[in-house]
Design a protein around this ligand. Structure first.
Ligand code: ADP
Length: 844
């Protein structure tokens, strides 16, 4: 059953037209889709070529010479390039298939549809016309028939009425005859037309329409042949299993098969052949403990067992013993064939039996070695612990300021290194001499009415004390309070003490506060630095190992003049008293006036120096703060002491003779820059603001040149003086280092002022100060606004890491904002140094 018989009806004709429309649409979609594939394949080819190029960037050096893996890899990559080429050429074929064949097929099908429609229209019209003609003829026929009937009845009527003759009758007869003729003509025409119409109808139904449909079917089937061919070609150009691809795959696989593990390192081993290395001897570096003074108890290759290490050693021993046990268990499991986890790469777990057994024996060896090593360490510790046995553990630390009991042991007669009889006799004799000397001195000063005079006369005639000593003893007196003595340094931090005692025999006396109790300590430079706590006897006298004295001054004088060692064990002799430096002011040198601020450690006062009557600023440290905090408080003084620059607040001195300890600084009249900016925001002009930025840059440039990292640069920590001069202050967090790594967490870090690398890695350099300087100038130009307003610290930190930077403050010039952004460069190395910053700001 074909089109010709099945599709003659009207609805079938409409359906055939719709079908052809649908096919045209399908062709369009196919073309679009195939072209899309062409695009993808071309892009894939490009990407694959790039990947292969990357894969071919193999180490050019000889290191992989002779490697089969490398060779195979190279050819692998070359095959990828080949694959890419194949993809590209297939895509090009497919493209031309779409452009040519598919396009032509589309055009031809459109034309055919049009022809079919026109042809169908034509024959259908012919049939319609003739049908209409027949209808029309039939109407005419009817009209003629009626007219004829009318005239015939008229003629009959006249004929009956008028008889055979008369003119009227002739007339009627004539008309009747004409009507009859017309009727007959119409009849004939109708008969002919009916016949023609029958012919036409038969032709239309049996020849023309079936012929058209048959023709149409055959054309459409021809198109299907073409279409099928196109699909076949498209499939062929998309075939990833085609011979060309299979060839490529075969080559890759056979290359990989050619890798033989045993061959891989043959050439390499040949080339780098060396003789086995000589054993490395690990020896204790004796220079590490050359300083016998501080490290006297540490012996090379010997474990130190004392009160500081014994617990650690015991724990370590337990750990080792547990590990040895575990190790032994693993070994026995291995022996029994149970698998244990030892460090073998996971990629090797699926290897064959030979490898598996290799691995086992290797694991076993590793475990044996580990066991042996641990047993040796455990033995070492056990022996060391056994040697101490149940004796009282020796003290591990000589530092008497850390462990006061040590000094007591040290100066007691039960010293572990007892003095020889001769030495003891010598010390006794010396002590007696000095005692009588001091007594004579006291008599004399009392009779002279001397009252704490700075000069002290000794009775040289009855003494064996050297003349030189007698001269240096002039700086020692006995009658004034201890804190007035020039060599008494109050609660001066230990770091400073160590710095002051430079030469053998240099000494000073200071105070430490331990558990709320004050202790007087004698610090001496002797084979390093030694610190001795002054002992108090039951009757309130003072002593070290020798005789006791009613005052500390007398005790110190005795030690100094007699040249006797403070303790037999240390051998430390007091040669030269080190007096206070200019910056070590006495608390009484300062008169506190008004409170002008409040710092982290205590109140800040305006004050007057007794000596010069100058006004100064004094930072006080609350007495109740722990020692550690007090040390931190003084850190600022220690750092500031070395600096002298108009834009750095100047240190005048520290007062550590007694509590409260204080830092005395130049008074900067405007107080904190932040409050100043907020108070005067309506009147400050751009020039003044730039001036402040320049001052801060000058101060920071100076600090950077001194390798000082401030770490807390912010408007709140700058002071403002006359003519709006800005001075950098608050050095509480500063460090004198090129790079400072914080390891103890991030407590109290000013997050919004701190550079990302310091927050993220604890790494501080001057470039972190540069970041803070950016925030400082933002504060200056926003006249005291809070940075990242409305954002919590953690939010600000997150956003900065994500690239956010604050917008320019309203009155910032473009140059200033550019500078801020430079300071806020994420990578520290791309930030400007203060030298450059100063030049930029100065030029503004
Ligand atoms: P801390 O370092 O303990 O936090 P600051 O250095 O911040 O203390 O000082 C607190 C306040 O004291 C400052 O904001 C400022 O108002 C005032 N101040 C500090 N040093 C001086 C000074 N040298 N001259 C004038 N005022 C000062």
């Amino acid at each position: 059953m074909g089109f010709s018989s099945a599709l003659q009806g009207k609805s079938a004709h409409d359906a055939l037209l719709s079908r052809q429309d649908a096919e045209l649409r399908l062709l369009e979609i196919m073309k679009r889709c195939l072209l899309q594939k062409v695009k993808c394949d071309k892009e894939y080819a490009i990407a694959l070529t790039a990947a292969a190029q990357l894969g071919l960037k193999i180490d050019r050096a000889d290191d992989l010479q002779g490697s089969q893996i490398m060779k195979v890899w190279r050819s692998f990559m070359e095959e990828w390039e080949q694959t890419a080429k194949q993809f590209k050429s297939n895509a090009e074929f497919l493209e031309s298939l779409c452009q040519d064949k598919l396009t032509h097929l589309y055009q031809d099908k459109r034309k055919t549809r049009k022809n079919y429609q026109e042809e169908h229209q034509k024959i259908a019209t012919q049939f319609t016309n003739i049908t209409e003609d027949v209808t029309r003829k039939k109407c005419e026929y009817q009209k003629h028939l009626e007219y004829y009937k009318l005239l015939r009845s008229k003629f009959e009527e006249h004929y009956i009425k008028a008889g055979r003759g008369g003119r009227k009758l002739d007339d009627v007869r004539d008309k009747y005859q004409k009507a009859c003729r017309k009727l007959h003509l119409a009849h004939n025409e109708y008969v002919l037309l009916i016949s023609e119409a029958s012919e036409v109808e038969t032709d239309f139904r049996t020849i023309l329409l079936p012929g058209l449909l048959e023709h149409q079917q055959s054309i459409q089937e021809d198109f299907v042949v073409v279409w099928k061919g196109i699909l076949q070609e498209a499939s062929q150009y998309s075939d990833l299993t085609s011979n060309s691809f299979q060839d490529i795959q075969r080559k890759i696989e056979s290359n990989i098969q050619s890798i033989h593990p045993a061959e891989e390192y043959r050439e390499f081993t040949e080339r780098h052949k060396t003789s086995p290395p000589a054993p490395v001897v690990f020896q204790f570096d004796q220079t590490l403990i050359e300083d016998k003074d501080t490290l006297g108890k540490l012996q090379p290759n010997t474990l130190t067992v004392d009160n500081l290490t014994v617990d650690w050693l015991r724990n370590r021993l337990t750990e080792l013993e547990t590990s040895v046990k575990e190790c032994q268990e693993k070994q026995s499991k291995l022996e029994n064939g149970t698998s244990v986890t030892v460090s073998i790469p996971s990629t090797l777990t699926l290897t064959n039996g030979r490898k598996e057994s290799n691995k086992h024996s290797k694991d076993f060896t590793v475990l044996r070695c580990q066991e042996k090593q641990m047993l040796k360490l455990a033995d070492l510790i056990k022996t060391a612990l056994n040697e101490v046995g149940c004796e009282e553990l020796p003290s591990g630390c000589d530092d008497i300021s850390v462990d006061p009991s040590f000094i007591e042991n040290n100066i007691s007669n039960n010293d572990q290194q007892p003095m020889s009889h001769a030495a003891a006799a010598f010390i006794l004799q010396k002590s007696n001499e000095v005692l009588s000397m001091i007594k004579a001195f006291k008599r004399k000063t009392n009779s002279n009415g001397a009252n704490g005079a700075t000069t002290t006369k000794t009775d040289a005639s009855n003494s064996s004390v050297p003349q030189s000593k007698r001269t240096s003893a002039m700086t020692l007196s006995t009658n004034r309070p201890l804190y007035e003595e020039e060599w008494f340094h109050g609660v001066l931090p230990r770091e400073e003490v160590v710095r002051l005692l430079k030469n053998e025999g240099d000494f000073l006396v200071r105070e430490t506060i331990r558990n709320d109790e004050s202790q007087i300590v004698l610090s001496v430079c002797w084979n390093g630095h030694k610190h001795f706590i002054v002992q108090t006897t039951i009757d309130g006298h003072y002593r070290f190992e020798g005789p006791a004295f009613p005052s500390i001054q007398e005790l110190i004088m005795h030690q100094h003049l007699s040249e006797l060692p403070v303790t037999g064990r240390s051998g430390a002799v007091l040669k030269r008293p080190v007096t206070r430096e200019v910056w070590e002011l006495s608390n009484d040198d300062v008169i506190l006036l008004d409170k002008i601020g409040r710092g982290n450690f205590g109140d800040v006062y305006k004050a007057r120096l007794k000596s010069s009557k100058n006004e100064v600023a004094v930072k006080t440290c609350r007495m109740t703060l722990p020692d550690e905090q007090k040390r931190k408080f003084l850190q600022e003084g220690r750092i500031l002491k070395q600096y002298d620059h108009p834009n750095i607040v100047k240190l005048i001195g520290i007062c550590v003779q007694k509590q409260p300890i204080m830092i005395v600084m130049e008074l900067v009249h405007g107080g904190s820059l932040l409050s100043f900016l907020r108070k005067n925001n309506a009147t400050l002009n751009t020039k003044q603001l730039i001036g402040m930025c320049r001052d801060a840059a000058a101060g920071m440039r100076y600090l950077e040149s001194k390798n000082c990292i401030h770490r807390d640069l912010a408007a709140r920590n700058c002071l403002i003086g006359y003519e709006n001069i800005v001075k950098i202050s608050d050095f509480g967090m500063s460090r004198e280092e090129e790079e400072y790594i914080v390891s103890d967490g991030m407590k109290q870090i000013p997050i919004k002022w701190t550079a990302p690398e310091a927050l993220n890695f604890g790494k501080y350099t001057s470039l972190c100060d540069v970041w803070s300087y950016g925030i400082l100038i933002w504060e200056i130009f926003s006249k005291g606004d809070t940075p990242y307003a409305g954002m919590s610290n953690s939010r600000a930190r997150e956003r900065i890491d994500a690239g956010y930077r604050m917008p320019a403050p309203e009155c910032a010039t473009p140059e200033i904002y550019r500078l801020m952004l430079k300071c806020w460069a994420y990578e520290p190395d791309t930030r400007p140094h203060f030298d450059e910053i100063y030049t930029i700001v100065d030029s503004l």
